[in-house]
Design a protein around this ligand. Structure first.
Ligand SMILES: [Fe+2]
Ligand SMILES: [Fe+2]
Length: 358
């Protein structure tokens, strides 16, 4: 983490930590008294006290807090175990839903008590230097714990967005005649192609989560068209071609990156490189990269899969088709990367087979 730059920024030098250690002994005998003051204040807030299941859990929390302060913060010890301890503090607060104001508020109470005690023993330059180091060490810990708390919060948001994506994709599978295995293979292929095209790993991992929603708009297509065996008529095809836009209406226009990407893929996975696709007839780079990647993987996997209305093409035939359509249906550069990925694509196909496939 950015921890070392914070240490530098707050001038937590050897002198600062030395002065904290030198005078820790002044404060240590008063710890119980300070803890009492702190827990008296906490007791005034009903919501806070309800976080403790009983006197035992409160005593444990108190002991942990004392250890944390005595081992790390008030002796200026920011070694690697400190980071683990700070992470545990942040996680506990986050899991229990404790507002960080409580955490920072506790420091205010403790700092007041410590200042009062040391003022009785120190003066002049030494007092100034000690108080300065004390405040910087507290700032540092509040910053670190807040950053880690925020990290936990972001992680929960990310996993929530991913879960909602999966749930929506599963809902789509109930309506579509394409299988869950197709969706899984196609998503894995999207990730592999994104990495081959030089996208970052987080972006590639995001497309793997977002791609399964490409056809969620089919939820809005009537059964008699969606499940029809055989060729669609022109008017039925027109209805079917609304599924990207329907997907764009189903997937929320939310700021979460993964949801934005899922929406983008849903809307653009039938666009074609030469501008002859739908719904917008976008051309070339105007089609978002995620949509261009999804188009290749979706078509390829559909071709090599058996469907009630068609036999599976061989991998060679499907790759031949991609080559022929390079620069027409598909982004030529991406087709190049996809063809180079053949062993990976074949492996994905082998691992995630259709349940009924032999
Ligand atoms: Fe589609
Ligand atoms: Fe598909």
């Amino acid at each position: 983490m950015i921890f070392n730059s914070w240490l530098k920024f707050l001038s937590m030098t050897h002198e600062s930590t030395a002065i904290l250690r030198r005078h820790w002994g002044l404060f240590e005998p008063h710890m119980d008294q300070v803890m009492d003051a702190l827990y008296d204040r906490l007791a005034q807030s009903e919501g806070t006290m309800s976080l403790f299941s009983g006197p035992l859990s409160q005593a444990k929390a108190r002991e942990r807090q004392r250890h944390y302060w005595a081992t790390y913060i008030f002796v200026g010890n920011f070694d690697p175990p400190y980071e683990q301890a700070a992470r545990a503090v942040a996680m506990t607060h986050f899991k229990l839903g404790v507002d960080l104001q409580i955490y920072t508020g506790a420091y205010q109470i403790v700092l007041e008590a410590m200042t009062e005690i040391v003022c009785q023993h120190l003066d002049g330059v030494e007092l100034g230097a000690y108080l300065s180091a004390l405040h910087r060490t507290v700032f540092l810990d509040m910053g670190v714990v807040s950053a880690l708390y925020y990290e936990s919060m972001l992680e929960r948001q990310r996993s929530l967005a991913n879960e909602l994506n999966h749930a929506l994709a599963r809902a789509g599978e109930y309506r579509d005649n394409e299988t869950g295995a197709h969706i899984m293979r196609m998503a894995k292929m999207c990730k592999a192609l994104a990495l081959a095209a030089g996208c970052t790993r987080p972006w590639a991992e995001m497309i793997e989560v977002a791609a399964p929603l490409h056809d969620v708009g089919k939820i809005g297509i009537p059964d008699k068209i969606l499940l029809k065996q055989g060729q669609l008529t022109d008017s039925e095809r027109t209805v079917m071609r609304h599924h990207p836009e329907i997907g764009g209406n189903i997937i929320p226009d939310h700021s979460s990156e993964v949801i934005q990407m899922a929406r983008c893929i849903s809307v653009t996975h039938h666009e074609k490189w030469d501008g002859s696709g739908y719904p917008a007839g976008l051309k070339g780079d105007a089609i978002p990269l995620a949509g261009r990647i999804a188009a290749i993987c979706d078509v390829y996997d559909a071709l090599v899969s058996e469907r009630p209305y068609k036999k599976a093409w061989s991998n060679l035939e499907a790759r031949q088709f991609l080559s022929e359509q390079s620069g027409q249906h598909f982004d030529p550069e991406l087709v190049g990367y996809f063809l180079e990925l053949a062993p990976t694509i074949d492996r994905i196909q082998g691992v995630y087979r259709d349940p009924m496939a032999s």
